[in-house]
Design a protein around this ligand. Structure first.
Ligand SMILES: Cc1cc2nc3c(=O)[nH]c(=O)nc-3n(C[C@H](O)[C@H](O)[C@H](O)COP(=O)(O)OP(=O)(O)OC[C@H]3O[C@@H](n4cnc5c(N)ncnc54)[C@H](O)[C@@H]3O)c2cc1C
Length: 333
């Protein structure tokens, strides 16, 4: 049987945590669901330097642990299960959200979706049988692995940040399709200065297969220029074996050149999109109208496009909680 709450919150990343703590401060009964570990995506961040209060920065994992401690101290009980469906039913004189997870069922008049993002799985890369369990999409999945060779696929901030985390205990090669990385200069510089990180630019990964021991990455040069770029010895450092001669330009792969690289693990950082697959069909059709009526709220990365940062999410969560409180009190926005 469903249990009642005043507010259902989906996701305990910075947005959901901040909202839940504030709602608890108002004395509200919150049903906070988290499908993984409270703290969210932030647990991956190598060094968070833009969250106020931490001069010199703080590791994402440590900041997330502080968030978790504060959440526990606030008295909000986390339902540690993934919401499989969030529905809304309306009848004359009322309407209710129902959140269903594996073993919990909660109903509330108001719901806040703070479910963040999920990784894109690039369609262009075929992942062979037996390889998938060594292909990750976040650095936290590789926690505890050391002295291995990682290939990180992607050219944005996340790829370079993951590389810095992984390189603390492993050798890493970053493979980017573009001839230049798309990440912040600061991150590119830190990776370039790190002796455990190599990078190959203008190279596309076509397939990942389980080889004898290591994974085999089938790659091709795609650079517009006559050559793709990278460390002189980047390919050798991950055991590159070319299928075709690449001429005299060691470590560079002209467009069309096919190359095989070896790595023990792969991390794909090819972008992320909003995590909304649990939204039921009834709710889907009413998404906008319920938001306009102040019954459904979104906060954080799930609704922030490219503006995905912890402080923005926390602020969003706080604002959503304040708006929810006004709604529950029947006050005008
Ligand atoms: C490598 C990396 C480095 C970063 N560095 C920084 C940085 O330096 N500074 C900064 O400000 N930001 C940084 N970020 C971004 C920051 O982590 C995010 O902006 C922030 O975590 C977003 O918070 P959120 O609460 O909106 O979503 P998330 O943190 O994604 O949290 C969403 C939560 O919802 C849960 N969830 C999803 N679906 C369900 C469901 N159906 N049921 C239950 N739970 C669900 C997820 O498990 C997750 O815990 C970094 C991100 C990455 C990947």
């Amino acid at each position: 049987m469903a249990r009642d709450a005043e507010v259902i919150v989906v996701g305990a990343g910075p947005a959901g945590i901040c909202a839940s703590i504030q709602l608890r401060r108002y004395g509200r009964d919150v049903a906070l669901f988290e499908g993984a570990v409270p703290g969210g995506l932030l647990r991956n961040a190598w060094l968070v330097e833009n969250y106020p209060g931490f001069p010199g920065g703080i590791r994402g994992a440590d900041l997330a642990a502080l968030f978790r401690g504060q959440l526990e101290g606030s008295g909000v009980a986390v339902i540690n299960e993934r919401v499989e469906s969030l529905e809304y039913r309306e009848w004359e004189g009322g309407g209710r959200f129902t959140a269903r997870s594996r073993s919990a069922l909660r109903e509330a008049a108001i719901a806040l979706v703070a479910s963040g993002t999920v990784p894109l799985t690039p369609r262009g890369i075929s992942i062979g049988e037996g390889a998938a369990q060594r292909v990750f999409y976040e650095a936290v999945e590789a926690e505890g692995i050391g002295e291995k060779r990682f290939a990180v696929i992607g050219g944005g901030d996340a790829a370079f940040d993951y590389a810095l985390t992984l390189a603390e205990r492993n050798d890493v090669i970053i493979i980017t399709r573009g001839s230049e990385p798309r990440c912040m200069d600061l991150l590119a510089r830190r990776c370039d200065e790190n002796p455990s990180i190599a990078r190959l630019c203008g190279v596309e990964v076509k397939g990942i297969a389980a080889g004898e021991g290591a994974l085999e990455l089938e790659c091709a040069g795609v650079a517009d220029e006559t050559e793709s770029r990278g460390d002189e010895d980047a390919a050798d450092r991950v055991g590159a074996r070319e299928k075709q001669s690449r001429g005299d330009s060691g470590g560079t792969f002209p467009a069309g050149t096919r190359v095989n690289l070896e790595a023990d693990y792969v991390v794909i950082a090819a972008g992320r999109f909003p995590s909304l697959d649990f939204i039921g069909p009834d709710l889907h059709g009413r998404f906008d109208s319920l938001q306009e009526r102040g019954l459904l709220y979104l906060a954080g990365d799930v609704c922030n496009g490219i503006y995905r940062q912890a402080a923005i999410s926390a602020g969003d969560g706080l604002r959503a909680a304040m708006r929810i409180e006004r709604k529950l009190r029947g006050e005008e926005e």
